[in-house]
Design a protein around this ligand. Structure first.
Ligand code: NDP
Ligand code: MG
Length: 437
């Protein structure tokens, strides 16, 4: 079988570990391709990084430690693991360190797919490098699109890279569009469409998506993102003001990394996803809607012009969207469990409440104005979440700090990447100042 080689960036995280499980399963059940992990990266969890590398069926070519300070510990751990008689790690497994090592792993010639599963703005350079190298990018790191959506999608179009969503809502929308347009070329559905040549039906369609004056996807009225509502779905603002870290980290349906779990509690995660959807599917903010769906079974919906809704439904398990991004357009058996139809199940949908969750309104506003707003709100949010986790601010301060940081910046509509990265630094400082007031 031909081999598909995957670089897993952020392998030690929740998405990274799930990805390695998916790859192991694909190796058993994919009749067409063999799957190999070409590299794994971790930042602080060095022992578990080496264990994960050792657990791969074929030893990865490189183990990347993005935090260079951890190099000595990683070198020692790798040596010890490789010396075990049953270890698959050989002396040829290279240890590469520092942020540039992520870029080398993402752009290595023999890599076919890059799984971008680093959390936050720290994932931007490697994701963008993979896009520039024309790879298939299975994108979990939504912050990259929030910070630099136009830069990333343009680079994908220019370099023939495929940006396939791992985020469950965006995967769901992608699947709804794919299944409802099964006869059309699938690759024309995303903003990064490498196949849309000028004058083709696909490119006309892509252009109309960009303009709020013309209807979006022909026949598509709205993209509807579902939100679980998080642990504070029914809490009052006064209750949320007193929320503890443990309460905010207790997500009712998903088990995820700390940052995205706090984002889910504040609904900033949904705000970031509105912005992500805008760039990924090339639709204006007013064509995106959010509904609350506590059971996390419906991962999102597409509404068509005749009022019909198409939804994607599966139990909340990230291995499903991860696998779809790896094997698209093929569907193969997945280690995630199917919905148990021997039990009755509820699927409730209700409107979101932007009054109690002000982050949501902020997300729509940022998606509407674009430009520098995404980079600023993302940096302010990363800073505020960090401060909350260090017990330095209240839970309800998070959206307020984001709002005020946004208000304090001079908006530009077509910033360069350099400008966005400068603003990221500025917004972190500003958010820290605001937290002290
Ligand atoms: P985790 O916190 O579980 O994992 C984050 C990963 O990023 C780890 O491998 C971590 O390394 C690495 N990392 C952290 N900081 C840095 C840094 N400065 N430089 C390089 N690498 C770093 O996060 P998740 O897996 O939950 O989320 C990853 C991304 O996927 C996020 O963007 C999130 O929004 C998105 N996502 C996650 C979902 C989920 O179910 N978890 C669902 C949808 C989207 P280490 O642990 O070794 O320090
Ligand atoms: Mg999501």
């Amino acid at each position: 079988r031909p081999v598909s080689r995957v670089a897993v960036l952020g392998a030690t995280g929740s998405i990274g570990v799930a990805t390695l499980d998916v790859i192991e399963n694909l190796n058993r059940c994919d009749p067409e391709l063999a799957w190999e992990v070409s590299s794994v990266s971790g930042h602080s969890q060095i022992e578990s990084l080496i264990q994960l590398a050792d657990g791969c069926q074929t030893a990865p070519h490189s183990v990347v430690v993005s935090n260079a300070e951890n190099e000595p510990q990683a070198a020692q751990a790798l040596k010890t693991a490789a010396a075990q008689p049953d270890s698959r790690l050989t002396e040829r497994c290279l240890l590469d360190v520092g942020p540039d090592a992520l870029v080398r792993a993402a752009t290595a010639k023999d890599v076919d797919v890059v799984v971008a599963a680093i959390v936050g703005r720290a994932g931007l350079e490697s994701t963008l490098a993979a896009v520039h190298a024309g790879k298939r990018v299975a994108l979990a790191n939504k912050e990259t699109l929030v910070v630099a959506g136009p830069v990333v999608t343009q680079a994908a179009a220019d370099n023939g890279a495929e940006l396939l969503p791992i985020d469950s809502e965006h995967s769901a929308i992608f699947q709804c569009l794919a299944e409802s347009r099964a006869r059309q070329s699938h690759s024309t559905m995303l903003a990064s469409s490498p196949n849309s040549t000028p004058g083709s039906a696909a490119s006309d369609q892509a252009q109309s998506l960009n303009s709020s004056a013309t209807p979006s996807w022909p026949g598509v009225r709205r993209l509807i993102l579902t939100a679980s509502g998080g642990p504070f779905r029914d809490w009052t603002t006064a209750q949320m003001r007193e929320a503890t870290i443990d309460q905010a980290l207790a997500h009712p349906t998903w088990k995820m990394g700390a940052k995205i779990t706090i984002d889910s509690a504040s609904m900033m995660n949904k705000a970031l996803e509105v912005i992500e959807a805008k760039w990924l599917f090339n639709v204006p903010a007013d064509k995106i809607e959010v509904v609350v769906h506590p059971q996390s079974l419906i991962h999102s919906l597409v509404e068509f012009e005749d009022g019909s809704l198409i939804a994607q439904v599966s139990p909340p398990d990230m291995r499903m969207p991860i696998q779809y991004a790896l094997t698209y357009p093929r569907r193969l058996p997945c280690p995630a469990p199917a919905l148990d139809r021997s039990q009755s199940w509820d699927m409730t949908l209700c409107p979101a409440d932007p009054e109690r969750f002000p982050a949501l309104a902020l997300g729509f506003e940022v998606a509407r104005v674009g430009g520098t707003a995404g980079a600023v709100v993302n940096a302010a949010n990363e800073t505020a979440v960090d401060l909350f986790l260090k017990r330095q601010i209240r839970f309800t301060d998070i959206p307020e700090i984001c709002r005020r940081t946004l208000l304090d910046h001079n908006h530009e509509s077509s910033p360069t990447l350099q400008r966005l990265l400068k603003l990221d630094v500025w917004a972190r400082d500003r958010a820290r100042e605001l937290a002290q007031i």
